[in-house]
Each structure stands twice: as structure tokens, then as C-alpha cells.
Unconditional design. Structure first.
Length: 385
């Protein structure tokens, strides 16, 4: 099979901010190959095609969903021909899947070369999407699936990709209700061998909570990009909220770093639930720290806690909307249920993105799909030096 050619697509992408992604990808393919991009909706339950007139694919129970949740290519039949499903990658984040139909190939004879070419096209599709999202609303609007509330729309513009990866470490985040989230937010970034991360839970609900969380995330990014030490990053968030509000508005949160080369984890806490340490697929400890009042209430100089991770360790951060979720009958989800579920799903060997997707679906199911508070989860995994 001939290799895919990207020169023309790159030229078109640089010349037209509103270029049609499907046409771009088709221009790279050998004759008669048919590529279709499916983007995951914000709740990560449905894969929505960019090509008009094609049906959406559920994430659960489909070949498309398998490629999305595992990150591995799959091959299915399409009219007697092979259809290769591969993840659409924005760096490490799987934002959807790409289906490439190979008209001259039967389902049982798709060559490793063909699959590899399709995988590379999925990477190119992710790079093109990342570039297009900076200059056009089309892909973002298409993947909505249903209407976003104004607070949720603002929050989604604040969030980083669903995951990022660097040698030795990976981090992923998720939050619900995806279409009506307000006060929860998270952020992370990689630089110089370090993963930087923060989780914020702003008080209240609606647009006020969104603006509070947005200020906290903005202050965090500003301090992080100034390469301030952990205590000063924490103090910068606290100071920004205190200066921005003349009442007792506050946000709980955690701010930290993971050194990918050594596994050294450091964090500060502002009235937030402690992280859970997962070792050998068992939740072995809560990572406590000296108590500090929430951001915005004049916390002063916080204590910096630390832990040396072992290869394979994972750390789960969560907001109280997870553990305090109540079933219609009033039963709380609770830390014990979260711990048991974390251990059970970890035994399946899932990647962090899929592990979080399963955890948050369990929280939603417990509350009959109607969360009364935002629920946010973040997972860091350290593979070793």
C-alpha cells in the first residue's frame, strides 16, 4: 500500500483556517481510501462523525469505542472491505477516532503497514484539530452532542487536554456533569521533566462559581509560568481570590508537581480532600498534609508535603462532589466505594483516561445520572525513571 502524503494537506491547513478536516485527510490518502473522523462528545460516551449523514458510534460496545478507550487500532468489516479504527491523538489525549476504509483489502488481510499508516493519519488528524481549534469553532461545536450551559462553556475553554504524557509519567483529568459543570476546574502542564498540576473546587454553583474557579486557574497558570516554587504558587492563588472578592468567597484545591525522572511528588493543600496513593493496584494510603484554609481566606504560607513514588504508582485526586454524591435514596457514594472501585478498575490495566471515564460513570450511575455537585477526578501515573 502506498504511503499517505501530507504535503498538500499541510499547505491547505496553513492557508485556510476553516479548512474541512475530512477533505484534508482524504487528500493524504491513496485513491479510494475513505477517512472519517469521529470526535468524542464532552461526556466521552458517544463518538460523533464530522461527515454529515453518518450515524454516531457509542463508546461502549463498538469497534470505534474500543480504539478510543484502549488507544489501540482495531479492524472491522465494511461492505466486505477492511475498516481500520485508530485513535485521533492530540499529543497523548485521545479526542476521538479515525475510520479508514481500505477498498482493496478484506477485513482479515489488513497489513501491518496499512494499520501503521492509518495510525499516523490519526496523529496528523489530532495535530490538525489542535491547530483548527485555535482559529475556528467548527470542531468544538460539532462535538457538543447537546447544549452546553454558559458556565460549562466557560469552563471547557479553561481546561487542558484530557491527558498529557511525557517520558516516565502520564496525567489525565475528567469532570462531570460535562454539559453543566460550574465550580470545578483542573489544569496541568509538562516542562523540563516536571508534571505540574492543580485541582480547584470553587464555592457555590452557576456562573459565580465558574468565575471564581476561572480566576483561581488563571492565577495558578500565571504563577506556574513564572517558575515560582510551590509555596508561592499556592500563595498567588490565595492572594488573587482574596483581592478579587471582598466577601468570604473561596475555593478548595491542591497544587503540586511530579518529577518524572525521580518520582518525587510534592503538593500543597487548601482545605481539599487528600489524594489517594495506588500501589500494586491497591489503594494503600491517603496522602495527607498539614491543614491549610481554602484559597481566598488568607492561608498564609502553606506546608509543602512530599512522597517518593515507586515505579507503577498512581495518585488519584478528586473533589468532594465525588465522595458526597448521593443516590436517590440518600446513600452517599463515599470514600470506601471510591477506593474499592479504583482498585477494581485498576486491575483491568486501563490507561488513566479510561480508568477515569469508568470511575466518573460509576459516580453518575450512583446518583441516577443527576449530579447535584461537580465531580472532578485527576490521575497521575509514574512508570519509573
Amino acid at each position: 500500500m502506498a504511503e499517505f502524503a501530507y504535503t498538500g494537506a499541510l499547505r491547505a491547513l496553513s492557508a485556510d483556517a476553516s479548512a474541512d478536516l475530512g477533505a484534508l485527510l482524504a487528500s493524504t490518502c491513496p485513491a479510494a481510501c475513505v477517512p472519517v473522523v469521529y470526535l468524542a462528545d464532552y461526556s466521552r460516551q458517544v463518538l460523533i462523525p464530522l461527515t454529515a449523514g453518518m450515524p454516531a458510534e457509542p463508546v461502549d460496545g463498538t469497534m470505534a469505542g474500543r480504539a478510543f478507550t484502549t488507544g489501540e487500532p482495531t479492524v472491522s468489516a465494511a461492505g466486505g472491505h477492511a475498516r481500520v479504527w485508530v485513535p485521533v491523538l492530540e499529543q497523548a489525549a485521545r479526542s476521538g477516532v479515525l475510520a479508514v476504509t481500505l477498498p482493496d483489502t478484506s477485513p482479515d488481510s489488513a497489513s501491518p503497514d496499512s494499520v501503521e499508516q492509518a495510525e499516523l493519519l490519526g496523529v496528523f488528524a489530532g495535530l490538525a484539530l489542535a491547530a483548527m481549534n485555535r482559529v475556528t469553532d467548527a470542531p468544538r461545536v460539532h462535538r457538543h452532542g447537546r447544549d452546553l450551559s454558559l458556565p460549562a462553556s466557560i469552563q471547557w475553554d479553561l481546561l487542558p487536554p484530557w491527558s498529557i504524557r511525557m517520558p516516565g509519567a502520564v496525567i489525565a483529568g475528567i469532570l462531570e456533569p460535562a454539559y453543566d459543570v460550574a465550580g470545578d476546574a483542573y489544569d496541568y502542564a509538562a516542562s523540563d521533566g516536571m508534571l505540574h498540576f492543580a485541582v480547584v473546587d470553587g464555592m457555590g454553583h452557576g456562573i459565580g462559581a465558574t468565575l471564581l474557579a476561572g480566576l483561581a486557574v488563571g492565577a495558578y497558570r500565571h504563577a506556574r509560568r513564572a517558575a515560582l516554587p510551590a509555596q508561592e504558587v499556592h500563595a498567588a492563588i490565595d492572594g488573587a481570590l482574596a483581592a478579587g472578592y471582598d466577601d468570604l468567597s473561596f475555593a478548595t484545591g491542591l497544587v503540586g508537581t511530579l518529577a518524572a525522572g525521580t518520582g518525587r511528588l510534592e503538593w500543597t493543600c487548601a482545605g481539599h480532600p487528600p489524594p489517594l496513593l495506588l500501589r500494586g493496584r491497591k489503594a494503600v494510603a491517603e496522602l495527607g498534609c498539614d491543614p491549610t484554609v481554602p484559597f481566598g481566606l488568607g492561608a498564609g504560607t502553606p506546608a509543602v508535603s512530599s512522597c517518593d513514588l515507586e515505579p507503577g504508582d498512581a495518585v488519584l485526586l478528586y473533589t468532594d462532589g465525588v465522595t458526597e454524591a448521593h443516590s436517590p435514596g440518600g446513600e452517599q457514594f463515599g470514600l470506601g466505594r471510591l477506593t474499592d472501585l479504583l482498585e477494581r478498575e485498576s486491575a483491568g490495566g486501563h490507561e488513566p483516561e479510561e480508568l477515569l471515564r469508568r470511575l466518573v460513570r460509576a459516580v453518575l450511575d450512583h446518583q441516577d445520572g443527576q449530579l447535584r455537585d461537580d465531580a472532578t477526578l485527576m490521575l497521575l501515573r509514574w512508570a519509573g525513571p
